[in-house]
Design a protein around this ligand. Structure first.
Ligand SMILES: C[S@@+](CC[C@H](N)C(=O)[O-])C[C@H]1O[C@@H](n2cnc3c(N)ncnc32)[C@H](O)[C@@H]1O
Length: 158
């Protein structure tokens, strides 16, 4: 199975790369591709955030930057896109086992006050939450999803 992770903080994924999942990636059972959203900024200062379109509090990750990062990913015919979001459907065991049957999962991690809704509407991801609380970013939720789903990709990793 391949996980493509769109994130502003690829360096946060060390625990995944160092763990048993890291060993599974070395033996080609799992592949984890970390995509730094910031690399797709066309702003000369590398800015990726903006005030909400139409007003509102806080900052959002810009839609065009996310869309370019998303388009850079090589997609299989059966890829599935997930936005880690506190508004999403709660991740549970049934969902974990269902996701483990996918060929490719593209995980979108938000930050600040989230991701501009215009690109969410365009990509149309499934939204998944890891619990009824709000974290500062989607990286920890993405690691929870990768860790739980990976256990079912091949039984010998339990
Ligand atoms: C500070 S939160 C955004 C909060 C925003 N006001 C909202 O309600 O969606 C920043 C990012 O963290 C991630 N996040 C926070 N809590 C989460 C949760 N419980 N499950 C999954 N992702 C979460 C999402 O990717 C979100 O875009």
């Amino acid at each position: 199975m391949k996980f493509d992770v769109l994130t502003l903080f690829p360096e946060m994924f060390v625990p995944i790369e160092e763990s048993i999942i890291g060993r599974a990636t070395k033996s080609n059972i799992l592949e984890i591709n970390l995509v730094n959203i910031r690399d797709f900024s066309e702003d000369k200062h590398g800015h990726v955030d903006d005030t909400p379109y139409g007003g509102g509090a806080g900052m959002l990750i810009k839609p065009d930057v996310v869309y370019r990062a998303y388009n850079s990913i090589e997609k299989s015919k059966n890829s599935k896109v997930i936005y880690l979001s506190p508004q999403g459907k709660k991740l549970d065991q049934k969902k974990v086992e269902e996701l483990s049957k996918e060929e490719q999962l593209i995980l979108l991690c938000g930050h600040y006050e989230g991701i501009d809704q215009r690109v969410i509407d365009k990509i149309n991801p499934e939204e998944i939450s890891i619990g009824d609380y709000v974290l500062t970013g989607g990286e920890i939720p993405a690691m929870v999803l990768i860790d739980s789903v990976s256990r079912y990709v091949k039984r010998s990793f339990k």
